[in-house]
Design a protein around this ligand. Structure first.
Ligand code: MF3
Ligand code: CO
Ligand code: CO
Length: 342
């Protein structure tokens, strides 16, 4: 180990990189850090208010789902049957089922978020969510999805998405995204929010509120005749005001009887996302917005995605229905009015 003139202790060349990628420092961030130091900058994780980088904890055994709860096709094998290219426009009966699943997802999310406080572990949040899915009569869609081991995703601080609940207690000053997906009556409902843990610095709070605004701006572009690429354009416009990074590697997705299906919904402007929206389409918008770079690294668990510079990231997600007049937010909290023509 050797010291970085301006602060954090950096790993030795053959030690694991500070970013958590599991690669040797010399094969990962060391060349970049050297350049930064030569240019008089700082090296190592650029974390807010002195919080240490998030590190993997212990993951508890998979939670069980009683046999009376109907499971998606991948629940045993871990492999979903590939049927991404189902009809994008859902019929009225499917839409009715999706409204119910989406509202159940919202209740699971609200119950789980209400338990967030300093000292609780992300595994304890997973346990609360798991029991709530079962009480709703639904299956936690992420459980064994491509082998994912838990019932929610919990993404803390610089974790962009797909954080696995584990033994790490939340600290005062953290931010955490909780992402809930339920499989109920044959369809999925998917939503997430990022919340502060205890007292959080102003920069992180601003990131959280801007990310919520990015999601709402994206949703506001949705109406029959608009295109998928209009969503990313609207999100980028809001993020650019604060110079935030918009994550490109993870996108929103069509949803229904299949968890992740077409269309893909980029959160940046992608001219190739030319699908024209029609009433009856259902998809998520779930922007991940970073204080710094949009680039990410993956942890060796092959799930957890973290920002490449160690700065914080926030995310909000809704499941949406394109309607004749505009858009209905299926996962909206029932105490709130639909914000757009629907
Ligand atoms: N809920 C996430 C989404 O918004 C998906 C998580 S898949 C998992 O699409 F396997 F990582 F859990
Ligand atoms: Co989600
Ligand atoms: Co999603």
């Amino acid at each position: 180990m050797y010291a970085n003139a301006s602060g954090p202790v950096l790993p030795g060349p053959n030690d694991p990189c500070w970013c958590g990628s599991g690669r040797k420092y010399k094969k990962c961030h060391q060349p970049k850090d050297r350049l930064a130091l030569l240019q008089g900058g700082t090296a190592g994780p650029q974390v807010a208010n002195g919080s240490a980088p998030v590190r993997p904890g212990v993951v508890s055994p998979m939670r069980q789902v009683p046999s009376h709860i109907v499971r998606p096709d991948y629940a045993e094998s871990g492999r979903p049957q590939s049927k991404r290219q189902q009809p994008l426009v859902k019929d009225a009966a499917t839409i009715a089922r999706m409204r119910k699943a989406a509202q159940a997802a919202r209740r699971v999310l609200n119950t789980t978020l209400a338990a967030v406080r300093p000292g609780i572990t992300t595994d304890e949040l997973d346990a609360i969510a798991h029991e709530t899915y079962l009480r709703e009569g639904g299956y936690p869609s992420t459980l064994n999805y491509h082998g994912y081991p838990k019932s929610i995703c919990t993404s803390v601080n610089e974790v962009i998405c797909h954080g696995i609940p584990d033994s790490r207690p939340l600290n005062d000053g953290d931010i955490v995204n909780v992402d809930v997906t339920i499989f109920l009556d044959g369809v999925h409902g998917d939503c997430s929010e990022t919340v502060p843990v205890g007292t959080v610095d102003a920069e992180s709070l601003a990131l959280i509120e801007a990310t919520r605004s990015c999601l709402m701006a994206g949703i506001g572009s949705v109406r029959p005749g608009s295109r998928i690429c209009d969503i990313g354009r609207a999100i980028e416009e809001v993020a650019a005001v604060s110079n935030y990074g918009v994550v490109r590697a993870f996108v929103g997705h069509g949803i229904g009887e299949v968890f992740h299906m077409d269309p893909q919904v980029p959160h940046y402007y992608d001219r190739n996302a030319s699908t024209v929206l029609q009433p009856g389409m259902t998809f998520t918008i779930e922007p991940m917005i970073n204080l710094g770079t949009w680039r990410h690294r993956s942890w060796p668990d092959n799930w957890t995605a973290v920002t490449a510079d160690g700065k914080r990231s926030a995310q909000f997600e809704h499941t949406l229905l394109v309607t004749e007049k505009g858009v209905e937010i299926l996962t909206l909290d029932p105490s709130l009015p639909q914000p757009f023509p629907h």
